[in-house]
Write a protein that binds this ligand. Structure first.
Ligand code: SF4
Length: 211
């Protein structure tokens, strides 16, 4: 789809119909299902992961394996929310074979769709899950251990990076950091804007996704 066509889409359902037919990169040939995203179109909080894995490719829904169950647990026990209250999407909508890392050209083809989801949902806070999703949204290579749990403000937008839930499955200390980050996230959601200055702020980038 061309950028002008994408610009004319004003509804998530229309966007999903477009993406379900997408063949812009070779992942269209190996996917089982496009994993568009799930949740409330009016969500205040949008989570962004990297790419679908095996179970997501089979079901067409993001975060449905063990990592997804941990995400659901954190949503429920810390934030008191369910999937229907928030929105979850990935940078890539189709699974890279063998769960390899996304290629730069795949990200470039697919990123306009995530930008459009962000534009249509207009969440108050974007929470990236893991180093890869955070690096894509910030358009630079970051260290998740350094940046997690810190508010990043760009052009009036609020980004809150944390670990990928998969990292917390087999590492108790990372799971504890995830829990602590979700408590910070809960606080950020209770205030319309954070009165204190952000811990991280990019001087080079004007908005999320490099806009
Ligand atoms: S990964 Fe994105 S750009 Fe590539 S075919 Fe799937 S939807 Fe299209």
């Amino acid at each position: 789809m061309s950028e002008p066509e994408l610009a004319n889409i004003t509804d998530l359902d229309d966007l999903e119909r477009y993406i379900n037919e997408c063949t812009a990169c070779p992942l269209a040939e190996t996917r089982t299902k496009v994993v568009f995203g799930v949740g409330s179109p009016a969500a205040d909080l949008m989570f962004i992961g990297e790419a679908p894995g095996f179970h997501e490719d089979q079901s067409g829904e993001p975060f449905v394996g063990a990592a997804g169950r941990l995400l659901d647990e954190l949503l429920d026990t810390v934030l008191g929310l369910s999937r229907s209250d928030i929105y979850i999407a990935n940078v890539l909508k189709c699974r890279p074979p063998g769960n390899r890392d996304p290629l730069p050209e795949e990200i470039e083809h697919c990123l306009p769709f995530l930008r459009k989801q962000d534009e249509l949902i207009a969440p108050k806070i974007v929470c990236t899950l893991g180093k890869h999703a955070t690096s894509v949204v910030l358009r630079k290579n970051i260290s998740i251990s350094r940046i997690h749990g810190k508010l990043v403000r760009l052009g009036g937008r609020r980004l809150f990076p944390t670990y990928h839930p998969a990292a917390g499955l087999y590492n108790g200390s990372t799971k504890q950091l995830l829990i602590e980050d979700f408590h910070k996230l809960k606080h950020l959601l209770t205030v319309d804007d954070e009165p204190e200055p952000p811990v991280e702020e990019s001087q080079e980038q004007m908005d999320l996704f490099g806009r």
